[in-house]
Design a protein around this ligand. Sequence first.
Ligand code: 5GP
Length: 198
Amino acid sequence: MSHDSNNIMVILSSPSGAGKTTITKKIQQKYQSFKISVSHTTRKPRQNEIDGVDYFFVDKSKFKKLVKEEKFYEYAKIFDNYYGTLKKSVDDLFKTNDIIFDIDWQGSQQLSKFKNLKLVKIFLIPPNKEELRKRLVNRNQNTQEEVEKRFKAFDLDVQHWDDYDYVLINENLESCYHQIEKIISIHKNDFKKSFHKA
Ligand code: 5GP
């Protein structure tokens, strides 16, 4: 993959329910250059989710075929479903855009092995576990069993803080978003400087 700009790739990971999707969408609305990487998943679409926009919804055999053909930069099994990021879509997007990944710590670890990717890794956490449970219940997207699974996954998720460049507490959506804007601006400038020096 080759490119000659100051584009960056931001990974935003968090325990489910920490506000990541809202922030990801806000970034894309504010910055024309940022595009969200659309993953493949074997999960069934939720109400209002659109194939090709929120995810590419595929069955397990199609997903396995893509794995076998080594089409993914990374993939992981999360809550009984598979999720993955296609190499080709990332490489194509990155030629002209910044990219934002809404992926988990497993994906972040796998992407980090590719030294050619200009990653800025941000981990978002809710202020406390009770707030997390409240958000999971209030967003009304999951069954009670799914809420419990996501809630339990929190303890494992947070063990991976260390792998990230930044850890932010999402107590207030606006201020968290502004912190992310600052991080983006610092990194875009850094890459611009090193590019002009080279
Ligand atoms: P959801 O099913 O709620 O949309 O997503 C569940 C989890 O899967 C979230 O933490 C999300 O960040 C993660 N995820 C979504 N797409 C990918 C992907 O392509 N790779 C990995 N590793 N995780 C993903």
